[in-house]
Design a protein around this ligand. Structure first.
Ligand SMILES: Nc1nc2c(c(=O)[nH]1)N[C@H]1C(S)=C(S)[C@@H](COP(=O)(O)OP(=O)(O)OC[C@H]3O[C@@H](n4cnc5c(=O)[nH]c(N)nc54)[C@H](O)[C@@H]3O)O[C@H]1N2
Ligand SMILES: Nc1nc2c(c(=O)[nH]1)N[C@H]1C(S)=C(S)[C@@H](COP(=O)(O)OP(=O)(O)OC[C@H]3O[C@@H](n4cnc5c(=O)[nH]c(N)nc54)[C@H](O)[C@@H]3O)O[C@H]1N2
Ligand code: SF4
Ligand SMILES: [Mo]
Length: 883
């Protein structure tokens, strides 16, 4: 069972602020939510394959209703088609994929409970209804707005853009990282990069919040410019003897039928042995694992070292593989000019610089995994072949996450599993992703970039940022700080970046960033901190083509047809860009005479040129989903290199896998760490490093003794879907805390607790459970903020606690490295929860929103809204999916 008892609907009680009527409605809604969970293939095993959508009998559609193909495009790593039933201009029902079958490579792409709740996201009280301008004199963090017209909004945008370019140059413009729409061929950019590029460019960023550390270390380890993806799960199912999910939780992070939930269920059915390495007994551990190994967060490199000790001393390391394909593993295979005692084996055997032997006992002390367990795990890894060691991105989202990721890669080499069917690189599961045509952004004339995690620094003290200190690329130092910030499909500023309080303080200083504009369709914490807010529409209100993403060896493209007209005053971002381009005198170059549908058709035409079998635009509208497959069969990463390393060398200096990296060795001598905290160092080997707020410090720190991770959570995709009542009721935002730690603090299950450190305080209910190791808590990341006058967040947003301190050379987000203390919340310290409830069974008479003052409704809006809900109410009698 995926749904742990703590999350069962029956135990949930109404939250403060819920009316009795909404509780009743909620009761039936949760019932629907539970049904959804099994439909998504993530409830009990027995119904995993039980629900073939082709054979489901639905309630009859209203007369005159039509079905339109659309999709959920959030960045969850899956991508799901949705059949939107439209009646009288309103979406009245959301139906899942009905193509495909139950086979491994033809499987149905069944949307998860979030996507099936799409109607609540479209018709949501938090929808931004009109362009909003910050009230003169109010601070950004005060979030006070007035409605303006679109004309005023476009003029203001254009004026500020012109002023920024003229005064500071194009490097002062920044489009923040934001993943809310970036997986749609048109929607991902909205047109903004194209607009800026035509105007001389903008400051870019490298990497992403998902896997910045692993992507940067991969350059040195495998010579690949990105993460070194591994064999696919389909290959593991066919060919592996053992699958190790190392800080990898596909049951929760790849939730759709097209994603990997479904694939891993095949693995389970086939009897593939699976071991999960995770401080949490995650949903993947609970549904799939034969064994669970729980290291303290941030100690995986030590765990790997302890395993390596057993492999070396018991002659279980694959030395033939290492000698042929790697350098740096032992004294005989070192790069020129490097003393031999810098090899990985010397490090493990205590002959390296630190003189410490990395025995299983040594590793046990650091990781918390018993030594005998490390020995038996090592023996199993050393004697089983092939093994796919599949690391997720949890281990690398830590202080010195670069070393964590490289260590796990190294284990794949020590066991000789790389480049063979059933094996893997130690990276994340591979996938087939044929390149179809995306919206053309053009080239950015500005070539300077910063790491995606550095933008608050670049606002605060951009001119001080340099290559060797801050990882600035394309220049030795930045010429200017960021003065014009665009948030598009991004909830970074208010929710997803580390240390929300620091970010708010930096944004409140208007001498630094002079203009902040947010383009979103929900009134988020990020929108709240802007000077201008532009209401985008949702995917269902515009044209697009939508590709699969991490969906293994089954790739596909989904038709995104405009199902309804944009609601309220919202517009597709592309139309906003067109209006601004007009004001900047570049409309022709920008549009090339195309509107959104025109671009969607153009992309289809370009795609056909590459893939002749690709359906026509109208066929795609009819069939909705088009699947395609790798002609070479299942994905086996680095197969060419394994087959013939001389003909197919890696792009590293040696052409081999570099367990010792001479490039990192050189960087360790030149890179500067003026504000270094413990663990801020670059090492040529994937060694264990004790870091700031790491496992060792937790044991010494009396004030903040608990490590806190913020896992990705089934209730939301980051913050997206976090304001949907049904989702909130089905998946409660609670802090996981071990039974022993809870007992020490007098905390019982569902007690309201406060979690704090020097950066912030949050309040939320505790989930007291043995499913997380002692000394560690986890607060699912992405909760919507609800900050009281004392600055305490009652939404449970983990980024009130996280740090902006960068990792050593990726300059990335160690957002899972956090120390905190937890205590019972003061009695009576409750705070009204914004009631985002929409009763889809009844047409509300008035339109209420927590943010009413900010996103105020005109009488016209209210009439339209009431009409919309009336139509919805007529069209359906349930939570918006099939019964
Ligand atoms: N439902 C849902 N799905 C999502 C997302 C979402 O928000 N919700 N987000 C999507 C996105 S953009 C991304 S980048 C991916 C994220 O995918 P991941 O980064 O892989 O997800 P996380 O939950 O951060 O981490 C995976 C697991 O690692 C564990 N972990 C944390 N620290 C450590 C450690 O030091 N060592 C080990 N061994 N394990 C550790 C966590 O407990 C967790 O179970 O998920 C995607 N899918
Ligand atoms: N503590 C902690 N923090 C983390 C992480 C973690 O593991 N721990 N994970 C990090 C990771 S991996 C990632 S990817 C980031 C994700 O952070 P973000 O990329 O900010 O993702 P979301 O919070 O989902 O915000 C996406 C926004 O896009 C908006 N949106 C959706 N559809 C549309 C649309 O059609 N048009 C427009 N204009 N907007 C739309 C949504 O309303 C939402 O506000 O978070 C990072 N933050
Ligand atoms: S959140 Fe992901 S798995 Fe769920 S419906 Fe959307 S794309 Fe599919
Ligand atoms: Mo991500």
């Amino acid at each position: 069972m995926t749904i742990d008892s703590g999350e069962r609907a029956s135990e949930a009680e109404p939250r403060p602020g819920m009316t009795r009527r909404s509780v009743l409605a909620w009761g039936s809604a949760v019932g629907a939510g539970a049904a959804l969970m099994s439909a998504a293939g993530c409830s009990s095993e027995s119904d995993t394959f039980g629900l073939d959508n082709r054979n489901v009998e639905y309630r009859p559609l209203p007369d005159g209703a039509k079905e339109v193909w659309s999709a959920c495009v959030v960045n969850c790593g899956s991508r799901c088609p949705l059949r939107l039933v439209v009646n009288d201009g309103q979406i009245v029902r959301v139906l899942p994929d009905n193509t495909g079958d139950d086979s491994l490579l033809g499987r149905q792409i069944r949307a998860c409970p979030r996507g099936r709740n799409m109607r609540q996201r479209i018709y949501n009280p938090d929808r931004i209804k009109a362009p909003l301008k910050r009230v003169e004199g109010a601070k950004r963090s005060e979030g006070k707005f007035e409605e303006i017209t679109w004309e005023e909004a476009f003029d203001l945008f254009a004026e500020k853009l012109r002023h920024t370019i003229d005064t500071y140059g194009n490097e002062a413009i920044y489009k923040n990282y934001g993943s809310g729409v970036w997986n749609a061929h048109l929607g991902y950019s909205g047109g903004w990069p194209r607009l800026f590029n035509l105007l001389g460019g903008f400051l870019g960023y490298y990497g992403n919040y998902s896997y910045l550390q692993i992507s940067q270390c991969t350059r040195f380890h495998y010579g690949a410019p990105d993460e070194q993806i591994s064999n696919s799960f389909e290959d593991a199912i066919e060919n592996s003897k053992l699958l190790v999910l190392w800080g990898n939780n596909p049951q929760e992070t790849r939730m759709s039928g097209g994603g990997l939930t479904f694939v891993s269920n095949f693995a389970h059915q086939k009897g593939l042995r699976i071991i999960v390495v995770d401080p949490r007994y995650s949903d993947s551990a609970s549904v799939l694992a034969d064994d669970w190994i729980a290291p303290r967060p941030g100690t995986d490199a030590a765990l790997v070292a302890g395993i390596a000790h057993v492999l070396f001393t018991e002659n279980l390391a694959d030395t033939a593989f290492l000698d042929k394909y790697c350098i740096g593993h032992d004294e005989e295979h070192m790069p020129d000019g490097v003393p031999a005692n810098n090899s990985y084996r010397a490090y493990i055997m205590g002959q390296g610089e630190d003189g410490v032997e990395k025995t299983p006992e040594w590793a046990a002390d650091i990781t918390g995994v018993p030594a005998h367990k490390i020995v038996s795990f090592a023996r199993e890894l050393g004697t089983t072949k092939p093994v796919n060691i599949s690391q997720g991105w949890g281990p690398q989202r830590h202080a010195n996450g670069e070393n964590q990721a490289r260590a796990i890669y190294t284990l794949a080499a020590l066991t000789g599993n790389i480049g063979i069917p059933g094996g893997g690189t130690g990276g994340r599961e591979g996938y087939y992703w044929p390149v179809t045509q995306w919206f053309p952004d053009g080239d950015n004339p500005v070539t300077t970039t910063i790491s995606c995690y550095s933008w608050v620094d670049a606002i605060d003290h951009g001119e001080e940022m340099t290559e060797l200190k801050d990882g600035v690329r394309g220049r030795e130092r930045l010429q200017t700080g960021i003065k014009f910030l665009l948030n598009y499909g991004s909830n970074m500023s208010g929710s997803q970046h580390g240390d929300i309080n620091k970010t708010r303080a930096v944004l409140d200083d208007e001498t630094k960033c002079e203009f902040v504009v947010t383009v979103d369709n929900q009134f988020t914490a990020t929108a709240r901190m802007s000077d201008l807010i532009l209401p985008d529409c949702t995917t269902s209100e515009r044209w697009d083509l939508i590709p699969s993403e991490y969906t293994g060896d089954m790739a596909y493209l989904i038709m995104g047809e405009k199902a309804i007209e944009p609601i309220f005053e919202s517009k597709p971002a592309y139309e906003m860009c067109t209006e601004i381009a007009k004001r900047m005198g570049i409309e022709e170059e920008f549009t090339e005479g195309r509107d959104l549908e025109g671009w969607a058709r153009w992309m289809q035409e370009q795609t056909v040129a590459e893939h002749p079998d690709f359906p026509s635009f109208d066929e795609l509208r009819e069939q909705g989903v088009y699947r395609y497959y790798n002609p070479d069969g299942l994905t086996v990463a680095l197969k060419d290199f394994r087959d013939d390393p001389d003909a197919n060398p890696l792009d590293t200096p040696s052409g081999k896998i570099e367990i010792f990296s001479k490039q990192l060795w050189d960087m360790s001598k030149t890179w500067e760490f003026p504000d270094a905290l413990p663990g801020d160092k670059i090492t040529a080997l994937p060694e264990h490093v004790d870091t700031w707020e790491g496992a060792l410090e937790a044991r010494k720190n009396e004030k903040y003794p608990l490590q806190c991770i913020g896992h990705h959570f089934k209730g939301r995709t980051h913050s997206t879907y976090g304001n949907l009542t049904l989702n909130r009721e089905a998946h409660h935002q609670r802090a996981w805390i071990n039974t022993l730690d809870a007992k020490d603090r007098g905390i019982e299950n569902n007690d309201m607790v406060r979690i704090h450190n020097d950066r912030g305080t949050i309040q939320l209910p505790a989930m007291v459970t043995p499913r997380i190791m002692p000394g560690v808590i986890s607060v699912p990341q992405g909760a919507w903020l609800n900050i009281d006058a004392d600055g305490v967040d009652h939404g449970g947003a983990v980024n009130m606690l996280t740090s902006q301190h960068k990792t050593p050379y990726a300059k990335g987000n160690g957002q899972h490295t956090v120390l905190v203390e937890v205590e019972l919340a003061p009695a009576g310290a409750s705070y009204p929860d914004p009631d985002r409830h929409i009763d889809l069974n009844e047409a509300p008479v008035t339109y209420t929103s927590t943010f009413e003052t900010a996103s105020g409704s005109s009488p016209n809006d209210i009439a339209r809204q009431a009409a919309a809900f009336a139509a919805i109410a007529l069209g359906t009698a349930d939570a918006g999916t099939h019964a």
